[in-house]
Design a protein around this ligand. Structure first.
Ligand code: PRX
Length: 655
C-alpha cells in the first residue's frame, strides 16, 4: 500500500464514479425524476412506501406536523412489525426462504451447528414461541425488555418477539460493560432481560451472564432474565428469576397472534451518547420507522430477489436494528449474519464468508475497511469475491483512500459504493447515493434520498449553498426519533430549538460542493466517533473522575488513522497519587468497567492542573492543540501557563 498523504489522494482523485451502465440499467431506481417527484409530493412518496406494508387497519393520514417537532406518521393505522417481517412472507409461500445464513465464529470446529440456515418459517416459529414466553412472564404491551446478546439468531428473535406483543426492546451492545447495561436497564425500568451465558471472542467464551449478575441484583424492576446457552459455560442461575431460553421456548405455545399496534406506538428504545454524561434514550415508533427502513433498504441497496446481503454491523447498534433486522426482514431479503471477529481464525475470515455464501451486497464501516487495508491486499485477493455487486459504508466519514481501496480490492472496480449518512436518531439512511443513479465522489455521502431534505446553515442561520456549516434536516421523515425516553424536554432542546421547532439539528458539521453534494466533516458537539462508535467526552470524563486516584479529567477526540478518532485523556491525579504507566493501565481498566472497552483512552496525559481560563473553564481547544502538537500561540491568559508546557513535553516524549 502506498502511503500517500490523504490530500494527495484527494487531489489525485477528483475522479467521479458514475453507475456502471449495466448496473444502472438493471437497477429498480434508475429514473432521475424520482427526486423531483418526491420533492413535489413528499407525503405521496412516503404513502407509496407505507402502502406496501401489511396493515391491520389502514391509516387516515400520512403526516401530522401541526405541532412540530412532534410528528405523527400514518395516524389511525394499525399494524404489527413482526407480522410484516415474518408472517406475510410465510403466507406468500416463502417460509423456506433463508432469512439469515448464520455463521458462528467457530464454524470450522462445530460442523452443521456452526452454519445455520435460518428460514423465515423458523424465525416465525421461534418468534411466536418466545413472544409467548414473554407473555407468560407477565411482559405485555408497553413494557421494556432489555437485550444484551452476542450476534446469534436468538437476538433477532428476541427483538421480533417484543414487537409481536408490543413490548419495547432496549438493546445494549454486547461490548458494553455491566455498569452501562445497569444504567440503561435502570432508567428504562426494564422488566425482563434476554442475554447469553457467554459470547465467543477469538475462539474463547467471554462471560456475559456472570459479568452482569452483580448488577442484576440492583435492578428492582427487573423480574426475569432469559439466558441463551451459546457457549455451554453453565452460568449460575437465580431460581425464580432466571430461565433457560431453549427450555422455555420449546415448552411454549407455538401460536401467538400479532398484537395490532398503533402506528405511533413505540417499537424500541436505543441509548446513544450525546453532549452530557447521561446517554439519551432514542424512541422509535412503529409504522414510520418500518416504512423508512423498508424503503431505504430496498432503494439504497437496489435489493433484488436473488441478492445475498451482508450487513456486518452488530445488532446492538442502530445499523443492526435497521439494516440487519427490520429493513431486510420486511423486504424478505436473504442476509448473512456473522457472529465473530474479522480476524479469527485468519485475517481473511470475511472474504471466506463472502465466497462461501456468494454475498452480493456488503455493508460495513470505514474503520473495518481501514483494518483490512492495514492487514494487506493478500487476504481478499485469496478469495473469489466476484459475487459482490454493491458495497456500502456507514458510521463515520470514509476517507478517499479507504474508499478507493474498498472499490478496487473488494469491489473489483466494478461495484458502486453507497456511502450512507444517518444516525441513531434518524432511524434510517438519509443522505446516500442511489447506486443506479448517482455519480459518486469518494468521501461524499452525496445527496439526500428522495423525500428527504437537508441544508447547511452558517453561524448567522443563513443557508449555505456552497460551503461549510452546520447540517440540518428541514423536513420531517418517517423514521425520525419521536422523543427521548422520559426526557421530552431534552429531546426538544437538543435537536429542535437552535433553529426553531421544525428544523432538526443533526450535530454534524458538513460542507456542500458546487454539485450540491454533502461532505460530512465531523461533529459539532462533544461526541467522539471511535471506530464508528459514538461516545461522549463527558461520559468518559465522568468515568475517569469516578476513580479514587483522579481529581479532575478532560477528554478529547483526536484524529486517528485507523479508528477515525481516538480518545486522549488529560488527568490530574489526587494529591499523593503517583502518575505513571500503572495508573494509566488502571484507568483504562476502570473506563472499560464503567463503559466498555471501546471507551478506553488511547493516550493518557497527567498534569498537576488542566489548562483553564482565569474563570476556571477547561480550555478544550488548547488540549486539542496540545494533542495534535500544534503551535499553542499565546497562553499567557491561562491561570497557569506552565501546565501546557508540561503536557506538550509528555506528548513529544510519548510519540
Ligand atoms: O457523525 C455522523 C457519523 O455518525 C453519527 C451517528 O452515529 P450513530 O448514531 O452511532 O449512528 C451510526 C450509524 C448510522 C453521525 O452524526 N456518521 C454516520 N454515518 C456517516 C457518518 N459520518 C460521515 N459519513 C457517514 N456515512
Amino acid at each position: 500500500m502506498t502511503e500517500e498523504p490523504e490530500l494527495d489522494v484527494l487531489l489525485g482523485t477528483e475522479r467521479t464514479f458514475p453507475p456502471p451502465p449495466a448496473f444502472a440499467e438493471a437497477a429498480a431506481f434508475n429514473d432521475p425524476g424520482i427526486y423531483e417527484r418526491a420533492a413535489a409530493d413528499p407525503e405521496g412518496w412516503w404513502r407509496g412506501w407505507a402502502e406496501q406494508l401489511e396493515w391491520i387497519e389502514p391509516f387516515d393520514r400520512v403526516l401530522d406536523w401541526s405541532d412540530p417537532p412532534h410528528a405523527k406518521w400514518f395516524a389511525g393505522g394499525k399494524l404489527n412489525v413482526s407480522a410484516n417481517c415474518l408472517d406475510r412472507h410465510v403466507a406468500a409461500g416463502n417460509g423456506d426462504r433463508v432469512a439469515y445464513y448464520w455463521e458462528a465464529e467457530d464454524a470450522d470446529q462445530t460442523g452443521p451447528e456452526g452454519r445455520k440456515q435460518i428460514t423465515y418459517a423458523w424465525l416465525l416459529d421461534q418468534t411466536q414461541r418466545f413472544a409467548n414466553v414473554l407473555k407468560g412472564l407477565g411482559v405485555g404491551k408497553g413494557d421494556v425488555v432489555g437485550i444484551f446478546m452476542p450476534m446469534v439468531p436468538e437476538a433477532a428473535v428476541a427483538m421480533l418477539a417484543c414487537s409481536r406483543i408490543g413490548a419495547v426492546h432496549n438493546v445494549v451492545f454486547g461490548g458494553f460493560s455491566a455498569e452501562s447495561l445497569r444504567e440503561r436497564m435502570e432508567v428504562s425500568e426494564a422488566k425482563a432481560l434476554v442475554t447469553a451465558d457467554a459470547t465467543l471472542r477469538r475462539g474463547k467464551p467471554v462471560e456475559m451472564k456472570g459479568q452482569i449478575d452483580p448488577v442484576l441484583d440492583q435492578l428492582p424492576a427487573m423480574e426475569h432474565v432469559i439466558v441463551v446457552d451459546r457457549c455451554g459455560t453453565g452460568p449460575s442461575m437465580n431460581e425464580g428469576r432466571d430461565l433457560d431460553w431453549a427450555e422455555a421456548v420449546s415448552a411454549a405455545d407455538p401460536v401467538c397472534p400479532p398484537e395490532p399496534m398503533d402506528a405511533e406506538d413505540p417499537l424500541y428504545l436505543l441509548y446513544t451518547s450525546g453532549s452530557t454524561a447521561k446517554p439519551k434514550g432514542i424512541v422509535h415508533t412503529t409504522a414510520g420507522y418500518l416504512t423508512h427502513v423498508t424503503a431505504t433498504h430496498r432503494m439504497v441497496f437496489d435489493l433484488k430477489d436473488d441478492d445475498v446481503y451482508w450487513c456486518a454491523a452488530d445488532i446492538g447498534w442502530v445499523t443492526g436494528h435497521s439494516y440487519i433486522v427490520y429493513g431486510p426482514l420486511a423486504n424478505g431479503a436473504t442476509s448473512v449474519m456473522y457472529e465473530g471477529a474479522p480476524d479469527y481464525p485468519g485475517k481473511d475470515r470475511w472474504w471466506e464468508i463472502v465466497e462461501r455464501y456468494r454475498a452480493s451486497i456488503l455493508y460495513t464501516a470505514p474503520t473495518a475497511i481501514r483494518s483490512f487495508m492495514k492487514w494487506g491486499d493478500e487476504y481478499p485477493a485469496a478469495h473469489d469475491l466476484s459475487s459482490l455487486r454493491l458495497l456500502g459504508s456507514v458510521g463515520e466519514p470514509i476517507n478517499p483512500r479507504a474508499w478507493l481501496w474498498y472499490h478496487e480490492k473488494i469491489g473489483g472496480a466494478r461495484c458502486p459504493i453507497v456511502d450512507t449518512w444517518w444516525q441513531t436518531e434518524t432511524g434510517g439512511i438519509m443522505i446516500s447515493p442511489l447506486p443506479g443513479l448517482t455519480t459518486t465522489k469518494p468521501g461524499s455521502a452525496t445527496v439526500p434520498l428522495p423525500g428527504i431534505e437537508a441544508a447547511i446553515l452558517d453561524s448567522e442561520d443563513n443557508e449555505v449553498e456552497v460551503g461549510a456549516g452546520t447540517l440540518v434536516l428541514t423536513r420531517p421523515w418517517p423514521g425520525m426519533a419521536r422523543t427521548l425516553y422520559r426526557e421530552p424536554e431534552r429531546f426538544v432542546e437538543t435537536y429542535w430549538q437552535r433553529y426553531g421547532p421544525a428544523t432538526y439539528l443533526v450535530g454534524d458539521a458538513a460542507r456542500r460542493d458546487e454539485d450540491g453534494f454533502f461532505w460530512i466533516v465531523g461533529r459539532i458537539d462533544d461526541v467522539i466517533n471511535v471506530s464508528g462508535h459514538r461516545l461522549s467526552t463527558m461520559e468518559v470524563e465522568s468515568a475517569l473522575v469516578s476513580h479514587p486516584s483522579v481529581a479532575e479529567a478532560a477528554v478529547i477526540g483526536v484524529n486517528d488513522e485507523h479508528t477515525g478518532q481516538a480518545i486522549v485523556a488529560f488527568v490530574t491525579p489526587r494529591d499523593g497519587v503517583e502518575a505513571g504507566p500503572e495508573l494509566t493501565a488502571d484507568l483504562r481498566e476502570h473506563v472499560a468497567d464503567r463503559i466498555g472497552k471501546l471507551a478506553r483512552p488511547k493516550q493518557t496525559l497527567f498534569a498537576s492542573d488542566l489548562p483553564k481560563t482565569r474563570s476556571g473553564k477547561i480550555m478544550r481547544r488548547l488540549l486539542r492543540d496540545v494533542a495534535d502538537g500544534n503551535d499553542l500561540g499565546d497562553v499567557s491568559t491561562l491561570r497557569d501557563p506552565s501546565v501546557v508546557e508540561s503536557l506538550s513535553e509528555q506528548i513529544s516524549r510519548d510519540r
